[in-house]
Design a binder for this molecule. Structure first.
Ligand SMILES: *Cc1c(COP(=O)(O)O)cnc(C)c1O
Length: 480
């Protein structure tokens, strides 16, 4: 047996690369990253691909490892080239992603040390760090010092956490579901519908409250609907507002909605996954007036703080409510629950073992400070306003004046199908690849969206977008 153990040990020790091997791999990875940042992918935003990354199947999972050069080439060709490049400053589609370099540094260290920051006992410093970041965000939104939340993988899970917490806090049981009423607008992000289903609330009654010309909820209509529902013996339970809708980036009238929610004892949740971090700027904060009246807020550091994908947050005013929904204990965890100086993420989320995702955010803020984030956010807002003005000068019809960093616009040609014409513009921009734009349809009207939230988007990229659009409307083929 000992012989066999030793033989296995020899092979299993490959899981612990020696110093020289580590250095070689580290250098290769570093060179790849530098090449990515300096050369190969910075200037294209969309790459039309025939193969769609199917060369990945030429690298099956096998008994023995392969040389790093081959592995990285496979990654470059199949993963880091085809289709959308979120690292490009020319990415104006959907909600542009981040990828601030310090995220990678934090993740690298979190992975190397593999600290378990789910339970205070296991890594008190890590839990303090994550809670400190949550309290920093809570302060930004105007929540009391007792508020907390949880760092999630993204906004979808943050919204889900808010829903399950609200459900339990309001004492909603399965038998009540069909009488429960939830209020939102058609502009609320679709992940909320998904989350309601996951939370077992598919049969709730959803009221879509009418919107004004800016696609914002009309508070009077909300109030009226709540009163009607109460009269009908239903259970009005939760209202959702958006602080930055995905389609047009507008903020619902949070204060008015908050007051109505409070008067009617509804849980008030704000989806600020996209827009929340604009609150870092004092000049932009007034747009969010009333956000502090909410019971919970979803906010995405992988959007508004430009971190790499994989970090969102749910902020909850009543920490106890979040705890009530998520805590659990098991006999095999008995050693872990003796210290409770700080609440543990494991008691505040569905996760137990988890990514130490706080480190990427903490190290970014520690190394860079808040100032560059705040400046970048203000810059993005101004770039969007600039674009909005300039694109109208080019002869495009523009949507409502942007509250934040998303504008919608379309070209109305003298003849022909307007929607098809604009769809064609989006297609041609994709073929060109220097920038990427996405579209939406609101009330049957096709709009092109211009969303600025990449930290690499500066005046140069916006001018390029305007230049390309000018060429397309002057005569669609000319610019190429
Ligand atoms: C992106 C977004 C979401 C979903 O968040 P993920 O991080 O993609 O899961 C929810 N709501 C809004 C307004 C968003 O912009």
């Amino acid at each position: 047996m000992i012989k066999r153990i030793k033989a296995l040990e020899k092979i299993s020790q490959m899981l612990e690369p020696k110093g020289s091997q580590r250095t070689y791999w580290n250098n290769s990875i570093q060179n790849y990253a530098d090449d990515f940042l300096d050369n190969f992918n910075q200037h294209t935003t969309y790459v039309v691909s025939e193969t769609m990354g199917n060369g990945i199947y030429d690298f099956p999972i096998e008994e023995n490892g392969k040389p790093i050069e081959e592995v990285l080439q496979c990654l470059k060709d199949n993963v880091d080239t085809p289709n959308i490049n979120p690292a490009s400053g020319g990415h104006f589609g959907y909600i542009p992603g981040g990828g601030v370099f310090t995220t990678a540094m934090g993740d690298y260290l979190a992975a190397v040390t593999n600290r378990y920051a789910g339970i205070f006992f296991a890594c008190p410093g890590g839990v303090r760090m994550e809670n400190m970041l949550l309290r920093w965000m809570c302060r930004m939104v105007g929540y009391p010092s007792t508020a907390l939340g949880n760092l999630t993988s993204g906004g979808s899970i943050a919204n889900l956490s808010a829903i399950t917490t609200a459900r339990d806090a309001k004492g909603i049981k399965a038998k009540d579901i069909e009488k429960c009423v939830i209020y939102m607008t058609h502009q609320l992000h679709h992940c909320v519908q998904k989350a309601l289903r996951i939370a077992g609330m598919r049969e709730c009654i959803i009221r879509y409250i009418p919107m004004d010309d800016y696609f914002k909820m009309k508070p009077k209509d909300l109030n009226q609907q709540i009163q009607e529902d109460k009269t009908d013996g239903l259970l009005p339970f939760m209202v959702f507002a958006s602080a930055g809708t995905t389609d047009t980036g507008v903020v619902d009238p949070l204060e008015a909605i908050g007051i109505i929610a409070k008067d009617n004892k509804l849980w008030f949740h704000v989806d600020a996954a996209y827009g929340g971090f604009f609150m870092l700027s004092d000049t932009l904060k007034p747009a969010f007036k009333g956000v502090e009246l909410s019971d919970s807020i979803a906010i995405d550091p992988h959007k508004g703080m430009f971190l790499s994908y994989g970090i969102g947050a749910i902020l909850i005013k009543d920490t106890e409510a979040l705890y009530e929904t998520h805590r659990y204990s098991a006999n095999y965890m008995q050693d872990a629950f003796t210290l409770d100086e700080e609440p543990s993420p494991a008691d505040l989320s569905p996760e137990l073992t988890k990514h130490f995702r706080g480190l990427r955010m903490w190290i970014s803020l520690q190394l860079l400070g808040v100032a560059p984030f705040r400046a970048a956010l203000e810059e993005k807002i101004l770039l969007c306003r600039y674009f909005y003005k300039e694109v109208e000068k080019l002869g495009f019809e523009v949507g409502p004046k942007p509250d934040l960093s998303i504008a919608i616009f379309r070209y109305v040609p003298k003849t022909g199908d307007v929607n098809a014409f604009n769809q064609d513009i989006v297609d041609q921009i994709m073929q060109d690849g220097r920038i990427f734009l996405s579209s939406t349809t609101i009330g049957g009207v096709y709009w092109i969206r211009f969303a600025v939230l990449s930290f690499r988007t500066h005046l140069k990229q916006v001018d390029l977008a305007l230049h390309i659009l000018a060429g397309l409307t002057a005569g669609p083929k000319e610019v190429f």
